[in-house]
Design a protein. Structure first.
Length: 287
């Protein structure tokens, strides 16, 4: 790359005392690197620029590949953008079943979820997630209550654990190498939240090296403390492998665990009006 100043001869200031009549003093000419040297310098500059651009492009391509892998993992949990998932949560203490609850989860694009409580002890309650906002509707209340995604439903399962079933839209992925988990070769990823409404700002996930199914995940809260460890069980559902159970183990109270069973998934959801807290307060619970 050439510099235009290399080809402009600078003006010399003539000292009046050194002026000799009829005989001009010889002006000193500036010394320049040889032309070959200037060409070499320009080439090196161009190579640096090109190398930087190539490095940036490769990094973006790697990031895009990791995001695609995370979305492949999501498909094992929820293969449809909008649908209905019948869910059963089982809470265990010291390995013994303590409580069981049933929920119907409706999901729509745009970070929208509606959870209907089906068990007799909770019947009539509704939970709405709309973007970063969560509301709980109680049968006897005329006003929706704002809650957080970490609000407990049953055992170690929080509202965010059941209302959100994907990572790809909420996290950016970075590679942490490869490890073997439960005898299965995995790629290890660090997922960093890109929005505030998620339950866990940071997730460390192990995905199967072959097929990228979720195997295990460490779930970290806002203080960056490990809150839970999730493990995933896969089975054949409608002719394809899908997550049938997610088990959550409390990191501090290891004798407590919670299983979230995905009983059925179907491409059926509700109209947009159902994802409005004002409408939900006065609406009858859909069957």
């Amino acid at each position: 790359m050439f510099d235009a100043q290399d080809f402009v001869e600078p003006l010399q200031t003539v000292n009046s005392e050194s002026f000799v009549p009829r005989r001009a003093s010889k002006l000193a000419r500036p010394s320049h690197p040889p032309l070959a040297g200037r060409l070499l310098i320009g080439s090196l500059r161009s190579m640096v620029v090109i190398g930087t651009l190539l490095g940036t492009g490769i990094a973006h391509a790697a990031d895009a590949k990791l995001q695609a892998i995370v979305k492949e993992a999501d498909a094992y949990r929820l293969a449809i953008d909008a649908g209905r998932v019948e869910t059963e949560i089982r809470s265990f203490k010291a390995g013994q079943l303590d409580k069981t609850r049933n929920y119907t989860v409706y999901l729509k694009p745009g970070h929208r979820s509606l959870v209907l409580f089906r068990s007799p002890a909770e019947r009539g309650q509704k939970l709405l997630m709309q973007g970063d906002d969560f509301w709980l509707m109680m049968p006897a209340s005329q006003r929706p209550l704002r809650i957080t995604p970490m609000q407990k439903l049953l055992g170690e399962a929080s509202t965010g654990d059941i209302a959100t079933m994907t990572w790809g839209e909420d996290y950016e992925a970075a590679s942490l190498g490869e490890e073997t988990v439960a005898g299965q070769p995995c790629i290890k990823l660090e997922l960093t939240a890109t929005r505030k409404g998620v339950s866990y700002p940071r997730v460390v996930a192990w995905l199967a090296k072959k097929g990228h199914a979720p195997v295990q995940a460490e779930l970290y809260v806002a203080s960056d403390k490990l809150a839970k460890v999730a493990s995933f069980t896969l089975g054949e559902v409608d002719g394809r492998r899908q997550v049938t159970t997610m088990t959550l183990t409390d990191h501090l109270q290891k004798e407590r665990s919670t299983e979230i069973h995905y009983l059925s998934r179907m491409a059926k959801t509700l109209g947009d009006e159902w994802f409005n807290p004002a409408f939900l307060v006065r609406a009858e619970t859909p069957q």
